[in-house]
Write a protein of this length. Sequence first.
Length: 268
Amino acid sequence: MKIESLQNQKVKYAFALRERRDREREKKTILEGYRELSRALEFGMKLEECFYCPEMFLGENEFFLLEKLKTAGTEITEVSPQVLRKLAYRDRPEGLIAIASMREHSLDKIQPVKNGLYIIAEAVEKPGNLGSILRSADAAGADALIVCDKCTDIYNPNVIRASTGALFTVPLAEASKEETALWLKNNNVKLLAASPHAEKFYTDVDMTGAVALMVGAEQYGLSDFWMRNADIQVQIPMLGKIDSLNVATAATIILYEAARQRKWVKKQ
């Protein structure tokens, strides 16, 4: 049955998941658009229900995706354009919105690999930056992202959108700084901390072994805890008047230097 009322209980439930407290209580989040839904399905996310509005589809692929979702056990519900717009984050919704179950992201689920490449993000506040770091981690072949002392919800729809689906592909953990430091020590992972005050340039250090690249909060950078525990501190040269980079940009630059040193080896 097509849902046209904004007061429908399913619609109210899905709309509530726009709020962090409701997502964390229900352990569910909202995905929006063809690309997000198709990548979530491809990489094993459980999509419980999909709301769709054919009038807003951009092409024919959406119908094929709905068939795949049905086969995977997702409940499919048609809604009016008014309902779809109410649920959407985007200014121009594409006619597909799904409720997905969150995964558990404990540190003990991250399996260390030989000469692994990891990225650690401490207290990153802006969802778009965290999503961009995930996207770069996937592109550069990182083995995991550890979100340390988180400030933003990793299932914020803006994280998901900025990651372009990398949230579903990159092994991900959330942990405290103490848990993370112990994990690094136990797995013999060298910690490389990015700081504008470091003496060495990021291009002058060896990143071919097991290494974790650490970036900090947008406003304050890395905490004293991580500066004390880092095996080495590096800087990205700043040749203009500004003394720091956006945290996602800094993470991308260092990740790609690590990938270059590893000769762009693509993991199978």
